[in-house]
Design a protein around this ligand. Sequence first.
Ligand code: PLP
Length: 363
Amino acid sequence: MNLRTPGPTPMPPMVVQALAQPMINHRGPEFAALLHDVTVGVQAVFQTQHDVLLLTASGTGGLEAAIANLFSPGDRLLAVIIGNFGERFATIAERFGTDVQRLVFPSGHAADPEVIAARLAADPQIAGVLVTHNETSTGVTNDLRAIAEVVRRAGPLLVVDGVSSVGSLDIRTDEWGIDVLVAASQKGWMVPPGVAMVSVSPRAWEAYGRARLPRYYWDFGLARKEAARGQTPFTPAITVLYGLREALRLIQAEGLEAVFARHRRIGAYTRAGLKELGLRLVPVDERYASDTVTAFWVPDGWTDQALAERLRVEHDVVLATGQGELSGRILRIGHMGYVSEADIDQVLAALRQTLTTRTAATR
Ligand code: PLP
């Protein structure tokens, strides 16, 4: 199967092999070594010298953890929303009792850093800014560096959902001043779902000390304390960590810069191929088109489900359908992690054949 959903993603054979190891005591020395290796490897990919915590969760757990650890009831947060996942982050913060102000940009658009700067200038009460780096539902990547700059100038904490970008796109956590960055194992890391990774800046630790929202499973302080002795507070997803250690070796062997360059190259390759087929991209400005997921409008006469089903049944190519307001109207091709041009060639060939051989009878 050519699994081209934007997570879970395909796994290299070496990772598949690494998953097939015997279980170990998560309070023993083997686990301490595993936790250490993975933490150091993840720090390198995050480009941070600060703490990285490994939580047993999918990406959403990491987002919830960020809110629970940094804020207090009633804190005013600015949620920058360019699609479904931005909306989810805002909803989580709302459910926890913070005062969420939404700054919504239309589907297909990136957030405008100047508009964010203006909102922050107009409201000095804002304690945190929630940003989705790569909006998986629209295939748009925000200019995180520029957003980080305006947020840093204004002073609130910057909390970033990097679930579909960390590990594939260049994110300079420390250099850009990101306080908490959230990633998830099943995306560009090429391993199964089950581990969320969060970086925590010194400023975020100060906020943790003041924060009054309830936390137990997600407690960053507890995770840091246990990590210092080679453990996690609760039973970890040991098997996923085996896979992650191997995947990090592969990323290191390829070189981080080369991994980022491959994603940029394949992103451009995918977009060019779709345009050649006469398909329209969802991002309105290609400068912000994502290099990990490409969203395109399904042609007239098709639904996303119908086209996805034909690709799956006839070509073994699996794409993702639309979400939220784009449901029924778009398809999304994942190209993060273990991906090459040959994988995209198969997708493009399947699309070409399906769209051109369709007869009146099948309409
Ligand atoms: N944020 C983004 C940008 C995502 O792409 C996803 C998953 O697709 C999530 C959050 C949620 O992650 P999970 O499904 O791992 O909880």
